[in-house]
Design a protein around this ligand. Sequence first.
Ligand SMILES: NC(=O)c1ccc[n+]([C@@H]2O[C@H](COP(=O)([O-])OP(=O)(O)OC[C@H]3O[C@@H](n4cnc5c(N)ncnc54)[C@H](OP(=O)(O)O)[C@@H]3O)[C@@H](O)[C@H]2O)c1
Length: 340
Amino acid sequence: MRTIRIALIGYGNVGRAFAEMLLRKEDFIRNEFDAKAVITAICTASRGACIRPEGIDTRTLTEEMFDRERDAFAVIESGEYDVMIELTPINIMTGQPATDHVRRALALGKHVITANKGPIAWHYRELRDLAKAQGVGFCHEATVMDGTPVYNLTKETLQGCRITEVSGIFNATTNFILTEMEKGVSFEDAVAEGRRQGFVEADASMDVDGWDAAAKLTALMNVLMDVEITPLEIERTGIGEITKADIDAAKAQGKRIKLLCRGTVEKGKPVGVVAPTLVDEHTLPAIMDATSSYVTIDTDLMGATTVIEEPFEPEIDHTAYGLLSDLFRILTDFSHKALR
Ligand SMILES: NC(=O)c1ccc[n+]([C@@H]2O[C@H](COP(=O)([O-])OP(=O)(O)OC[C@H]3O[C@@H](n4cnc5c(N)ncnc54)[C@H](OP(=O)(O)O)[C@@H]3O)[C@@H](O)[C@H]2O)c1
């Protein structure tokens, strides 16, 4: 039986949900891949690093097991892992420090999985090429629409198709706020309700101003359309200026307002737009309520394929599954390579 050793850089909501899911799927991993997945390192900003080459039982993890003197790079340099999973908070404006974490682990010949879209939105081509040169996996399914298959689906089932456009609703928070406002709830109360339900950040501006959607659009374009674009180059308008009067006026015309994203290549130049848009009732974007999102992938050979992410409880499991599916991809693609 193979052992695949995992280092978690960041151990917040997603890291904990992933560790728990790994335990739930222990038998499946053994039966399907003849493998045992072991977490050998965990690192957080405030606690430092816990490195245990023999494996960490996350059910009995305590503060005392962490060494405050060691940081993410100490874990990455330790080499006591086969796969590094990047789970630190995103910096949409720079993609750091996640990009440096990913770059270093790949340079050391380690597989990398990231839920952090910063590295994909800022340096995808460089990191993809580095992974290829090193003969390791670089997976990022959870960066857009959590675990809903977008990258893996495209890779597996749309082989040979050229992707000509990506479009959709990529930000669940703004979709929730717009949906609540249609019910007569104020913008502020909708944000407060989202916070109460746990999916709106303390600082909602990255969602409300369209930055999160822009980063996801960038990530999709970079990966699926093989372009080099950053979130700063996306033409971006958020929903902060949308008023109750705008929503009512849309309703009176049989329309709804949705924060739509669209990425294409025009005359060889990548063009990405995130903007509140009037859509006809009963069309696909119009019926995406609450925290649903979707992406439509247009291709030269297959026309359009649409994938929808529906609300699910607990929501965090979607993201954890994205990481797990990437781990399965690595176990499959590198089955020839002795992991341990
Ligand atoms: N939550 C979701 O539903 C979701 C969905 C898709 C993608 N993502 C992405 O997944 C990533 C993790 O999200 P999350 O919700 O788990 O975030 P979180 O709960 O805020 O956890 C972040 C973790 O990263 C640690 N950290 C911060 N800076 C670090 C550094 N320089 N070195 C090492 N560790 C560091 C934090 O340490 P401390 O605890 O000590 O502060 C914490 O453990 C983010 O990039 C996010 O955008 C999240």
